[in-house]
Design a binder for this molecule. Sequence first.
Ligand code: AMP
Ligand code: MG
Length: 330
Amino acid sequence: MRPAGPDTIAHAAAILRGGGLVALPTETVYGLAANGLDPRAVAGIFAAKGRPADNPLILHVPDYAAVAGIVDAPPAIAGRLAEIFWPGPLTLVLRRSAKVPEIVSAGLETVAVRVPDHPVARAILRACGRPLAAPSANRSGRPSPTRAEHVLADLDGRIDLIVDGGPTAHGIESTVVDLSELDRGGPPLLLRQGAIAREALSAHLPGLVDGAAIAPERSPGLRHRHYAPRARLEIVDNGALAERARALAGEGRTVGVLAGGVDDEAPRDPEIAGVRWLAFDGGLEGYARGLFAGLRTLDALAVERILAAAPPEIGIGRALADRLRRAAAG
Ligand code: AMP
Ligand code: MG
């Protein structure tokens, strides 16, 4: 693990050009990067993460111009969305060009692309001059890493370098939208809720429909068991957290609480014996930033039950609710 700086960035780029694996910060979560045009390097990502081979990767590029080399005939709306949302946490699924190895797309005819909005990720992209495949830098089945220490805990000894750029800004993954069928009359599909709010996206992308409902086969990531904590997780309104925690503690259980999301200040710790209370200030954004780290903390404490505040399903709250529902599904 090395702090981000000019030497580390040059070193990271050299490792990537040589086919190695580098974990780096993005504005969403830490990514595990490899040269996206080198099938052997990309195979290393799947091996290090233990990622199922049918779950495709996102290619990260420095700007929209770089998309031209890796996709075929993008629709005009792709360029307009890029102008509005890039650099940023919006991933576009487009038709794959022959240059992109099949392993990146898990055999699909499409490829997912985005321009990250993080100075370290962008500096490494520029320095290595190749598109970087970079899924979240966690072992498959663990929460996405929002700090370099999370990457170290999951992948130490399995990858070549971890670049430490501090905690990530959003704490939740990118929004994924599939534009690959537009020219055949298909609708734009929202494949994954993420850091760009559905409301913001719909304003520029009329006719956006929920892909999970109508085309689950287009979103392989959703097929897989997502992160689930060891403890059973319940989603509870902020106002009911203390009462529910008291009841569970009264039954002799150890409890972890994730409080936050509605008001700017999360409900304070009522200091109940046997209850570890984590409060995330800063409204929905603050909750999103802290969620995955909070789940890691509670897992490490081996609490028996987790209570998570129910986010209102607006803005980034939709992505939060999605991740919490998957964690609760077990
Ligand atoms: P991660 O980078 O770990 O957040 O995972 C990438 C997400 O993007 C997963 O949910 C993938 O299923 C999704 N994804 C990547 N490429 C494609 C693609 N070509 N078509 C549909 N979804 C994709
Ligand atoms: Mg992931």
